[in-house]
Design a protein around this ligand. Structure first.
Ligand code: ASP
Length: 350
């Protein structure tokens, strides 16, 4: 059983851009809508028990243009307005939504209020849009309480009738209205006639005070392995003088070719103090460094097993880790520890 607050809840909607806020221009192309007009498209937003304020990125951005600067901007906006609002909804393009959700989860500490990110596949002005339902449900979730506390107290993503932990999400389809998935963790809530919360899965941060960790170090690289790959590419990437961290997307449960030349490159990289994190390039599952001999090479080079983290979570967590100044053993400990519910603890992971 859940309940809506009987008092007036205040929600801040932050519109960053993306399809949800676009309309078709005369040539049929999508251009951003003035989001202050949103009430005209979604009059149901007005409810007696809530007040909604909207702020917008100027100009609104396609999410391909969202990066560390915009993550900081979002984190600062939340910090600035944290005390004034009961919940926050971020409207975002779907393309990089999972990266923003992951990054914000590591930046925002001690959350006691919901940060719900959503977007849509079709513009909100079109008859078949999924944007209306996504926006209305996101606002409902941002105001849902139980025993006077927000039910969701973390960064979460609402999309296609499901609420997911933000740092577990991945964009899996450029077509489907269920574009965003959470491959390694069930939904936190499902919206049907009612919104049914899976309260046992909700993340609760132990930190007592709300705080923003805004130091992100983006001197990281991401390298997927593939059969027949020229090692020179890996060598060249690791030779970047600024490099501080590397995410390797490996085969299956964390395997790589048993090639001494690869071992040499990765060992030398590790010995230069660069943190290397291993995630699987499979759509689902985890890295198990003990399972196959082909994973032992990575373990022997000091590569950090990334468990079942998504690539989006691993990359943004690495930025947060390096931003906090962690290297070597400290970075290893931070990356293999569950910080914000991004990682399932496997008994064999150490
Ligand atoms: N290109 C758009 C974006 O990510 C797509 C979307 O909004 O779904 O900003």
């Amino acid at each position: 059983m859940t309940s809506q607050q009987t008092t007036v809840s205040r929600v801040l909607v932050i519109y960053t851009g993306g399809t949800i806020g676009s309309v078709q221009d005369a040539s049929g192309g999508l251009v951003p809508l003035d989001f202050n007009e949103i009430h005209r498209h979604v009059p149901e937003l007005e409810q007696p028990n809530r007040e909604i304020e909207i702020i917008s990125f100027d100009p609104p951005l396609d999410s391909s243009n969202v990066g560390t600067t915009e993550w900081l901007e979002l984190a600062h906006a939340i910090k600035h307005h944290y005390a004034e609002f009961d919940g926050f909804v971020i409207l975002h393009g779907t393309d990089t939504l999972a990266y923003t959700a992951s990054a914000l989860s590591f930046m925002l500490e001690g959350l006691r209020k919901p940060i719900i990110i959503t977007g849509s596949q079709l513009p909100i002005g079109l008859p078949r849009t999924d944007g209306r339902e996504n926006l209305l449900a996101a606002v409902d979730i941002a105001t849902s309480t139980r025993f006077s506390e927000s039910i969701v107290q973390e960064v979460a993503v609402y999309f296609g009738s499901s609420l997911f932990r933000g740092n577990r999400t991945h964009k899996a389809s450029a077509e489907s209205m269920q574009a965003i998935i959470s491959p390694n963790l069930p939904a936190l809530a499902e919206a049907g006639v009612d919104i049914i919360y899976n309260e046992s899965l909700m993340y609760r941060d132990e930190a007592e005070r709300f705080n923003v960790n805004n130091a992100l170090d983006n001197r990281v690289a991401w390298l997927p392995l593939f059969p027949g790959q020229p090692l020179e590419v890996i060598q060249r990437v690791t030779e970047w003088p600024e490099l501080r961290g590397l995410v390797l997307s490996t085969f299956g449960s964390g395997n790589a070719p048993s090639n001494p030349a690869l071992k040499k490159i990765l060992s030398e990289t590790h010995n230069r103090g660069i943190s290397i994190v291993n995630v699987t390039q499979c759509g689902h599952g985890a890295v198990h460094p003990e399972r196959y001999a082909t994973a032992h090479l990575l373990r022997d080079c000091g590569v950090i097993p990334g468990g079942d983290m998504t690539t989006e979570a691993a990359l943004t967590k690495l930025m947060a880790c390096l931003g906090r100044g962690f290297t070597g053993e400290e970075a290893h400990a931070f990356m293999s520890r569950n910080i914000r519910g991004e990682l399932t603890r496997f008994s064999t992971l150490s």
